[in-house]
Design a protein around this ligand. Structure first.
Ligand code: 0A1
Ligand code: ZN
Length: 877
């Protein structure tokens, strides 16, 4: 596959569009394998454009062009050029109406971009560049148009016909067909267009806005899922209320619709007034969904709803600005979830995602700035960097400005840009102008990739009663960016006295936000009368790596006393990291591992302290993930890493068996299932205790029976899955029985079966890959369904570090086979599956060689998609 076929797009090449669209009227004649789309579009020359080529270039892919009419006249074949990617003509006028008729095949559309079928229902996915698979159009976010959509379909199979905006007309057509016409009064880019048609039922509710308008809320699902929408509906109403309370933002149409479909590449999509969701992010009941699922649904429903303002009313000028809407909207959904649940737990979860995945991306071949400079395939840039690091960048501005000025900045942003397609610079300008804070240097967070490292040394000068903190920042080179300029980094710190009280006064909660701007900078704290313990980077105030030598005693002290709850967790995690890595080093040196008794004492003390927040205690007890620990090794050694971590787990299990048992018993009372933070915290603590109890080697028979009992009696999925997950880690007949029981019980529920596939895929047992390979043939598995691919293949390759990296290379070959298969059907998913192979340079020479060969095998594939090509190519560079 030659490079020319995969052109690179650059941010600096941006040109304003030569033609704009005043309005577009779409007609869909829906037929499963041959849908006809008629697009009547009014174009006018853009007065802002300095290009006057006179050429109208419309993007279009994977469809048949039936005819083109210019102001009613059918164009002859020699009056336009059509290729595999576009349609070009010279209209010869400044304002004209173009009619384009295309034919598409929704059933054959396995890429799930454009118009496709999922379980026999029609739906669309147009972000980022799916609209060009529906009709020829200027498929770019800075072309905003008013849409009117007429849908014609079979009344039997498609009783429900939906599009964006308001329903303005509907009726019968004869021949068993009917139609509906939808009109969206808000101009929008075509990536926000949506259509849904099928046999669906609606769950209805209403929300009254603060100005007194009644909004109809409707969730559409297949009839079998009718009872699984309550939580999503409640979440939606909470999100609507929150956006009014916190940002003064009201919903703007008369109806807000959510549709759940089983086949979807991502989590959900914020199409104007008609959000389309992966059913995983909508459907839940206590019996079938875990606490994590409930939280996830609440967050995603809110995220998509919040896009109505941050994304839809104000959208992106071009796709390099993706973080303008995504970073900001992730920040907003994180804050919403913090307000609805436990702020500390939310923060820990968000930071774990950054540390486990974003830091890894930022140090590998796909590292890119929050606002990328170039891409081959924009679908590859829906990343943890653009989304989650982007959210951290917004959070840092929130920290630097304070909540009140941040809100002023948001207000100014909407006042200036409502109805426009803008850039990240425009957002930062609104924040700076509203607050008077200089964000010039801060903007480097948008342009420089890589994770900054902050080296810290603190010194207490007894005679001067002064504490001095010396900070040094650096940032490693990333592809295409060798030297980095210093960042403007907000660093929240506290100083604790020997009794654990904050010593810095006058600031919020004893926390002071330092602004690190230089490569090297010192900060001095007067009136510090005793040697303090430093609580650094409170709340993870910046997405940086910290190099700070803290003794185990200091970490144990912070774990017990820090007034910043996030940093208590951080201390626990750091302490475990040190202990696990020490064990790994001993195993590598063929020495007998021993568990540090001070560490055991610190964990014991933690277990014995009255747990005010059980969720936090549960998080503090969990050892860092192997994928995170792997990043801390110069050369990753998957086998000893796994053994070392398991050794610490099993030692804690036997040394603290009584404590874990007491915690389990104390928290085992399960009355009516509730999803309050307290109830979720109790369940998670109980299940962490169970996992430790089950980690004992050899397995304690009584505990095993306890675990099986929990599985059998569980009235909710959280407890059932927790027990099942312990059992799947232990070989034996009962494992098979219980897995079989679960499969039989849930055979009809694809979302629950995803959990069943995942549990088997992440098992550390030796024959896991063989089992995963067998499961590919299970009748409930399908390579066409992205959730299934993620649940089985994704879980094994990204979630089972130990077995995936088996030195035989079998895991790598397995993944490569699947990627090659997916490349032909769903390139987006194929490309996402590549990520565990991209970091090959961090492994030993034997594994490096094995992975490199697989990457080369991928690059040799005929018809390699741009999606897969870009990631495989960059990985090998
Ligand atoms: N804008 C959506 C994410 C999304 C992106 C691409 C998709 O299909 C290719 C689907 C959804 C969000 O942030 O939720
Ligand atoms: Zn989003």
């Amino acid at each position: 596959m030659s490079t020319e076929q995969h052109a690179t797009r650059r941010r600096e090449d941006y040109r304003v569009p030569e033609y704009l669209v005043e309005e577009i009227r779409l007609t869909f004649q829906l037929y499963a394998e041959s849908t006809v789309v008629t697009a009547d579009t009014v174009y006018a020359v853009n007065q802002q454009s300095t290009d006057c080529t006179g050429r109208l270039q419309l993007s279009g892919e994977n469809m048949e062009l039936v005819e083109v009419r210019l102001d009613g006249r059918r164009l002859e074949a020699d009056e336009f050029e059509v290729s595999a990617m576009d349609l070009i003509l010279v209209p010869g006028k400044d304002r004209f109406e173009l009619q384009v008729v295309t034919r598409i095949d929704p059933v054959a559309n396995t890429a799930l971009e454009g118009l496709y079928c999922s379980n026999g229902n029609y739906c669309t996915q147009c972000e980022p560049e799916g609209f060009r698979r529906i009709t020829y159009f200027p498929d770019r976010p800075d072309v905003l148009a008013r849409f009117t959509t007429r849908i014609e379909g079979d009344r039997q199979t498609c009783p429900v016909l939906l599009s964006n905006g308001n329903l303005i007309e509907s009726g019968e057509l004869g021949n068993g067909r009917h139609y509906a016409v939808w009109q969206d009064p808000f101009p929008k880019p075509c990536y926000l267009f949506a259509l849904v048609a099928g046999r669906l039922v609606a769950i209805d509710d209403t929300f009254t806005t603060r100005s007194g308008r009644d909004i109809a809320l409707r969730i559409f699902v297949e009839a079998r899922n009718r009872d699984l929408c309550d939580h999503a509906m409640r979440s939606l109403k909470k999100a609507m209320q929150w956006d009014e309370d916190v940002y003064g933002l009201e919903y703007d149409l008369d109806v807000f619709m959510i549709v759940a479909v089983d086949d979807f590449n991502m989590g959900a999509m914020e199409n104007k007034g008609l959000n389309i969701f992966n059913s995983r992010c909508v459907l839940a009941s206590p019996q079938s969904a875990t606490d994590q699922d409930f939280l996830g649904i609440e967050g995603v429903v809110a995220h998509e709803y919040f896009h109505n303002w941050t994304g839809n009313r104000v959208t992106c000028r071009d796709w390099f600005q993706l973080s303008l809407k995504e970073g900001l909207t992730v920040f907003r959904d994180q804050e919403f979830s913090s307000d609805m649940n436990s702020r500390a737990v939310q923060r820990i979860d968000d930071v774990q995602l950054i540390r486990n995945f974003q830091f890894r991306e930022d140090s590998g071949p796909m590292a890119h700035p929050v606002r990328p400079d170039a891409y081959v395939e924009i679908n590859n840039f829906y990343t943890v960097t653009v989304y989650n690091k982007g959210a951290e960048v917004i959070r840092m501005m929130h920290t630097l400005l304070g909540a009140a000025d941040f809100r002023k900045g948001m207000d100014l942003y909407f006042a200036r840009h409502d109805g426009q397609a803008v850039t990240c610079d425009d957002f930062v300008a609104a924040m700076a102008d509203a607050s008077g804070v200089d964000l010039g240097q801060f903007k480097r967070w948008y342009s420089q990739a890589g994770t900054p490292v902050v080296k810290v040394s603190g010194q207490w000068l007894a005679e001067k009663r002064r504490y001095v903190l010396r900070l040094r920042q650096s940032c490693p080179a990333t592809p295409g960016q060798d030297g980095k300029e210093p960042f403007h980094i907000p660093i929240a710190v506290g100083l604790l006295d020997s009794r654990g009280r904050d010593m810095l006064n006058g600031d919020r909660d004893g926390t002071r936000v330092l602004e690190l701007r230089e490569r090297e900078q010192s900060f001095s704290f007067p009136d510090i009368g005793e040697k303090p313990v430093l609580s650094f980077l409170r709340g993870f105030s910046a997405p940086v790596k910290v190099e700070l030598d803290q003794s185990r005693e200091e970490l144990a002290f912070l774990l017990a006393h820090d007034t910043d709850l996030f940093n208590r967790w951080y201390a626990a995690s750091k302490l475990s990291e040190i202990v696990v890595m020490e064990t790994v080093a001993r195993l590598q040196a063929n020495a007998q591992p021993v568990l540090d008794s001070d560490f055991v004492a610190a964990v014991r003390a933690n277990l014995q302290r009255p747990a005010s927040d059980k969720a936090l205690l549960a998080l503090a007890l969990q050892l860092p993930a192997e994928t995170y620990l792997a990043q801390q090794m110069d050369t990753v050694d998957p086998v000893n890493l796994h053994r070392g971590r398991e050794f610490v787990r099993s030692q804690l299990s036997s040394l603290l068996a009584d404590e874990f048992r007491r915690i389990y018993d104390d928290n085992n009372e399960e009355g009516e299932y509730r999803i309050t933070p307290e109830a979720m915290g109790r369940r998670s603590l109980k299940n962490v205790a169970l996992a430790y109890l089950m980690a004992r080697v050899p397995t304690d028979e009584e505990i095993y029976a306890l675990c099986c009992g929990q599985y059998a009696e569980a009235g909710n999925m959280t407890d059932a899955i927790a027990a099942l997950s312990c059992v799947t880690r232990i070989e034996g007949r009962r494992r098979q029985e219980i897995l079989h029981h679960f499969y039989t019980r849930w055979q009809a529920d694809p979302l629950v079966l995803d959990k069943w596939f995942t549990l088997q895929a992440v098992s550390p047992l030796a024959d896991t890959l063989a089992e995963v390979t067998r499961l590919l043939a299970n009748p409930s598995f399908s390579m066409k369904n992205p959730n299934k691919v993620r649940a089985l293949i994704g879980a094994f390759c990204s979630g089972n570090h130990y077995r995936f990296h088996d030195v035989s290379g079998a895991g790598y070959a397995f993944l490569t086979d699947r990627i090659i298969e997916l490349n032909a059907t769903n390139p987006q998913i194929a490309a996402r599956m590549l990520s565990p192979l991209t970091v090959w340079k961090r492994y030993d020479p034997v594994r490096q060689d094995l992975i490199r060969r697989q990457l080369e095998r991928i690059l040799a594939v005929d018809n390699l998609s741009g999606d897969v090509y870009e990631i495989a190519r960059k990985s090998l560079q």
